[in-house]
Design a protein around this ligand. Structure first.
Ligand code: SF4
Ligand code: SF4
Length: 222
């Protein structure tokens, strides 16, 4: 996202809008996906090195403000029970620290807080990204991530529905990137990337594409 500009993001959105989502369904159906509710994608399995200083847990799951509103409406949970600023995707310009959006809250073991007793406790209201997993939109089509539920039988109807959802998710994600670029401006460059350290205590501006929210974070007490 950091290397993208608004014009190319807009072009990609236009391209997706004009693409019939049914073109994605063969790759989806061929994967034979059927979720076996193993929870692998909800737990921390490994860390991804983003830069020499940033290690992102595999399940640091980015969510949209709309996901958060849907979970609040469906569950009645308070905002701070659902999300936290994306502490692994921050930018510092020396004066301020900006977090790029929100991730699902994780417990002490590193699992998504909604993963309990082998199940998603907010399944009906889960974020778009969880609804799409294990599928992501790659540069040349649908990418299939690691998943325990591949190689089964998937109906064409289910593959078509997943293709529609994946297209909607990708457009939403790119629109969100445009909003974030507008919010963060010139600070958005690779040299400013950082992650908040375990003992971080201070003020962060969370930019989620819709609003910039000023929030005090004390990771020592979490
Ligand atoms: S890894 Fe695949 S099968 Fe397991 S919970 Fe996630 S989506 Fe379902
Ligand atoms: S919201 Fe549900 S599906 Fe998504 S990571 Fe958490 S437990 Fe898994």
């Amino acid at each position: 996202m950091l290397l993208m500009d608004i014009a190319s993001l807009r072009r990609r959105i236009e391209q997706l809008i004009s693409t019939d989502s049914s073109v994605f369904s063969p790759a989806i159906q061929d994967s034979g996906f059927s979720c076996v509710r193993c929870g692998w994608c909800c737990r921390e399995n490994f860390k991804i090195r983003i830069t020499p200083d940033i290690l992102r847990p595999s399940n640091a799951i980015s969510i949209f403000p709309g996901d958060i509103r849907r979970i609040i409406k469906g569950t009645g949970l308070a905002r701070d029970e659902i999300d936290q600023p994306d502490i692994y995707s921050c930018l510092s310009d020396g004066d301020n620290i900006y977090a790029i959006g929100w991730i699902l809250r994780r417990n002490d073991a590193g699992d998504c807080v909604f993963y309990m007793n082998g199940a998603c406790t907010i399944y009906e209201w889960r974020p778009m990204i969880c609804r799409c997993y294990p599928f992501f939109m790659g540069e040349h089509g649908v990418d299939v991530m690691r998943c325990e539920g591949l190689g089964n039988k998937m109906t064409r109807e289910s593959a078509v529905d997943t293709g529609k959802l994946l297209k909607r998710y990708e457009i939403k994600k790119l629109q969100s990137y445009i909003g974030i670029i507008r919010q963060i401006g010139d600070t958005l460059k690779p040299a400013n990337l950082c992650q908040l350290q375990k003992d971080f205590s201070g003020n962060v501006l969370v930019c989620d594409g819709e609003a910039t929210i000023n929030i005090d974070i004390d990771l020592k007490s979490e």
